[in-house]
Ligand binder design. Structure first.
Ligand SMILES: [Zn+2]
Length: 576
């Protein structure tokens, strides 16, 4: 190939949150015009983010520095009338959104989420690219999953790989360690109180556990970029790297440290599940539009099931801690009224307009495919263990699917194929669980848990707590309704989101919540109370008939009456 695409990045104004880019396009001599496009979304994060909005000062010159005619043809496309000449496209990108999927630049460092930095040439996603990075004098390091071919120069085999390889530049703390032949690197950004040796040991344990599940590790190199900040956590998976965010004080506390390890386990699991073993819609990607799939309950839900299970298998969680995590998925789903309206598959399909765009009514209309998918994965795992008398489990299904759809056929799967393969491996019908992912039918989870000697119990069944069914926020001394549960007392009475609560039974409501607590403690279900609220500046008097909160509080525990065989299977499920 005689053509080349080279990006040169510089940060002359990093303190103002800008990166300057010079995209040098050479050898496309047979094309009179080129369309260059900025992706509108980041794979793994299912929301149209319109990265082109941060592009400024777009200009095009030929090799002599003469301006080349161009026009913008849609929100993320620029058409350049190159007439076959080599050109430099120069532009700046504003980067000031701290998250794992958006770029952020300041005087200390740059995190570059490549989908918002690099244009691709329409029709040439398969073209390789070189990336050269000029660092400000105060910065010393660049970390990326891209291979480095010279000092500060990286190579991307194609744009799918470039878009899947975030770049961190600055003075990050980095160190390398080998786990079973794969070189791993930690890249820690921002002040935090982690212990290098302990993290290396703990991540090594996690990687080994995951390699066991999948049978082989496709990477020679893998990079963990962790951003530390005052608050905020999350992660985004990539082929040979991940970007994690965690509050900087979380390493000191055993509970939050284990949550960080669980995040590591989650994102690492994705290097197989979703980055390689994937549904048809998720690779190769269309960077221009939404990529719809119903399978996120497998891709994210199974991963959410395995993250905590792996932390259990590594011995970081004891059995009780693990079961609390699993029970939390049930509480999250069943305390959201939306579970009666949206299936896990529908939540996946509509991630673009619901999961990633929550509003005040979301909990009444939707669920998370993470929690629901984890519940369904737990049902599958226990069903498989019981049916095969402990000879098989969900590990065998995901490993077989990875081998067939990725290693052998290297293609995306249809969910029906995934189900068929799972049934073949296990030797029994699994349609009950796949149907429960797609339809509004709830599984009787105890059917699955009992078979391995565990039970799911709502410990709140007898608890008769009265509730208005609202969540509030304090705005100075004002108490404002943030959301209202469907069919709750407040919902039935006609209280509204954004109402300012002023009085309950003539007691003034202030930010400490004591007036509401007092009234709810002294009345009965069915009693009518008087609320005074301010709605858009008008005082309203609203009678509310109280009812029980009806909140679930699930626990999962060993059944005392379990037989020896049930106990043996339960050990297979949850032992180290
Ligand atoms: Zn995930």
């Amino acid at each position: 190939m005689n053509s080349s695409i080279t990006f040169r990045l510089s940060f002359p104004e990093c303190q103002t949150h800008y990166v300057n880019v010079d995209m040098h396009i050479q050898g496309f001599s047979t094309q009179k015009q080129l369309d260059v496009k900025m992706p509108v979304w980041a794979p793994g994060s299912y929301l149209i983010r319109e990265y082109a909005k941060n592009v400024e000062r777009f200009s095009v010159q030929d090799e002599q520095g003469i301006d080349v005619l161009h026009e913008k043809t849609d929100k993320n496309t620029w058409r350049i009338w190159t007439e076959g000449q080599d050109v430099h496209i120069r532009y700046s990108v504003y980067a000031f959104e701290r998250s794992v999927r958006t770029s952020f630049i300041d005087a200390q460092h740059a995190f570059l989420s490549p989908v918002g930095i690099f244009f691709y040439i329409d029709g040439h996603l398969a073209h390789p690219a070189h990336i050269m990075i000029d660092l400000p004098p105060a910065w010393s390091k660049i970390s990326s999953g891209l291979p480095k071919i010279a000092e500060q120069t990286f190579y991307a085999e194609n744009f799918d790989i470039l878009y899947d390889s975030p770049i961190e530049a600055g003075n990050q703390d980095t160190w390398l360690f080998d786990v079973d032949g794969t070189l791993h690197e930690c890249c820690m950004v921002g002040k935090a109180d982690y212990d290098r040796d302990r993290l290396t040991a703990d991540i090594t344990t996690i990687v080994r556990e995951e390699n066991k599940i999948w049978g082989s590790n496709p990477n020679d190199y893998y990079l963990f970029i962790t951003h530390h900040s005052q608050s905020g956590s999350g992660g985004l998976e990539h082929l040979n790297s991940t970007v994690l965010a965690t509050p900087r004080f979380h390493y000191a506390n055993p509970v939050t440290y284990k949550a960080y390890l669980s995040l590591v386990a989650h994102e690492y699991f994705h290097l197989w599940n979703v980055k390689r073993l994937r549904p048809k819609a998720l690779g190769p990607f269309n960077y221009n539009v939404e990529n719809y799939t119903t399978a996120l309950w497998i891709m994210e839900g199974f991963t959410a099931y395995y993250d905590n299970l792996i932390i259990r298998r590594c011995g970081f969680y004891d059995e009780k801690e693990y079961l609390q995590q699993l029970a939390q998925d049930f509480n999250t789903v069943y305390n959201r009224p939306g579970y009666t309206l949206q299936s896990a598959a529908a939540a996946s399909f509509d991630a673009w307009i619901k999961q990633y765009r929550p509003d005040e009514n979301s909990h009444n209309t939707s669920i998370s495919y993470y929690n629901k998918g984890a519940m369904l994965a737990a049902a599958l795992d226990t069903k498989i263990i019981a049916h095969t008398e402990g000879h098989r489990r969900l590990d065998d299904v995901v490993r077989a699917a990875y081998e067939k759809f990725y290693l052998i056929e290297n293609r995306g799967f249809e969910e029906a194929e995934f189900q068929r393969l799972a049934e073949e491996i296990v030797g029994t019908d699994l349609s009950d669980i796949f149907r429960a992912a797609h339809e509004l039918v709830e599984l009787d989870y105890n059917r699955y848990f009992h078979a391995v000697g565990y039970e799911l119990i709502d410990s709140n069944q007898e608890n008769k707590t009265l509730s208005l069914g609202i969540k509030t926020v304090n705005n100075d001394t004002r108490v404002i309704i943030k959301n209202i549960d469907r069919d709750s007392a407040a919902w039935q009475a006609g209280l509204s989101v954004d109402d300012e609560l002023i009085a309950i039974n003539d007691y003034r409501i202030d930010g400490n919540g004591k007036a509401i607590d007092h009234v709810l403690a002294t009345v009965q279900a069915g009693d009518e109370i008087r609320m005074i609220v301010a709605r858009d500046g008008i005082i309203e008097y609203i009678p509310v008939t109280l009812q029980y909160a009806n909140k679930k509080s699930f626990v999962i525990q060993r059944m005392e009456s379990a037989s020896d065989e049930q106990r043996r299977l339960g050990d297979i499920w949850l032992s180290l």
